[in-house]
Design a protein around this ligand. Structure first.
Ligand SMILES: C[S@@+](CC[C@H](N)C(=O)[O-])C[C@H]1O[C@@H](n2cnc3c(N)ncnc32)[C@H](O)[C@@H]1O
Length: 239
């Protein structure tokens, strides 16, 4: 299960990922809408609806990016809750802060999923949406997530995954090949989108990720496929 390492060592991958998001941050939301034909909004809502958070709880929104999950959580709990939004990219965080400037109950942190400066057993929920693929060491991310969750707390992950149907996969692969061209047209650079396509191809399958979660002590691990497995939501509990 060394897929994520791809062609890079850890430091190189960290630099590459920072470079990718430094290039795309101001067009990130627009490109999400274009490349997913708006579906990412639905996927994120489905993730929040499965999480179904209670009021007066605390979410750690890891790889918070431009803040979509943080916003959905606060809407779901009708503002009666707190979010710690964490991302290593300052530019993405700045966009999120602007977008969510009306919300009082968000704490923003520059940080890395692999090493958290939060105490043990603190959060009710940990979410990571389209973030896991960008990290170096999934086991570190999962063990840190487990550590900071309260007993009874829940981990939820939305990520690109593997399409089961052969014909649909071929169609999707054809579309994927054209993603860098779309990136070039809209952002003026195809490199970040070559990284996107490659990172999706190299990421774990639904079952592989579920196994890694179980290895990291998560309990009642389940996943749901969306759009035939283009993306999947994984859920697990800390006991
Ligand atoms: C594709 S964006 C996802 C943003 C948001 N969660 C969403 O669903 O739209 C991926 C985010 O992961 C962040 N990221 C990259 N490496 C990370 C790491 N090691 N730990 C935490 N976040 C990371 C990036 O800076 C970027 O903001």
């Amino acid at each position: 299960m060394e897929k994520l390492k791809m062609r890079f060592n850890n430091a190189e991958k960290k630099r590459l990922v920072q470079k990718v998001f430094n290039k795309v941050f101001d067009k990130y939301d627009l490109m999400n809408d274009i490349l997913s034909f708006g579906s990412h909004r639905l996927w994120k809502r489905q993730m929040m609806s499965w999480l179904s958070p209670n009021t007066n709880t605390i979410l750690l929104d890891m790889a918070s990016g431009t803040g979509d999950i943080t916003k959905l959580f606060l809407k779901h709990v009708k503002n009666k809750g707190l979010v710690f939004a964490v991302d290593p990219n300052l530019k993405m965080l700045e966009i999120a802060k602007k977008k969510l400037s009306k919300f009082q109950n968000i704490k923003w942190y520059l940080g890395d999923a692999e090493k958290l400066n939060f105490k043990d057993n603190y959060f009710d929920y940990y979410s990571i949406s389209f973030g896991l693929r960008n990290t170096n060491n999934i086991n570190c991310v999962l063990s840190e997530a487990y550590r900071v969750l309260k007993p009874g707390g829940r981990f939820i992950c939305l990520e690109f995954s593997k399409i089961k149907n052969y014909k649909f996969k071929r169609l999707y692969d054809f579309y994927s090949k054209n993603i860098p061209k779309i990136g070039n047209l809209v952002v003026g650079d195809d490199q970040p989108y070559k990284y996107l396509v490659e990172s999706i191809k190299n990421f774990y399958s639904q079952d592989e990720l579920a196994i890694l979660m179980k290895k990291n002590n998560f309990y009642k691990v389940k996943y749901r496929n969306l759009n035939g497995g283009i993306v999947a939501i994984h859920s697990g509990w800390k006991i």
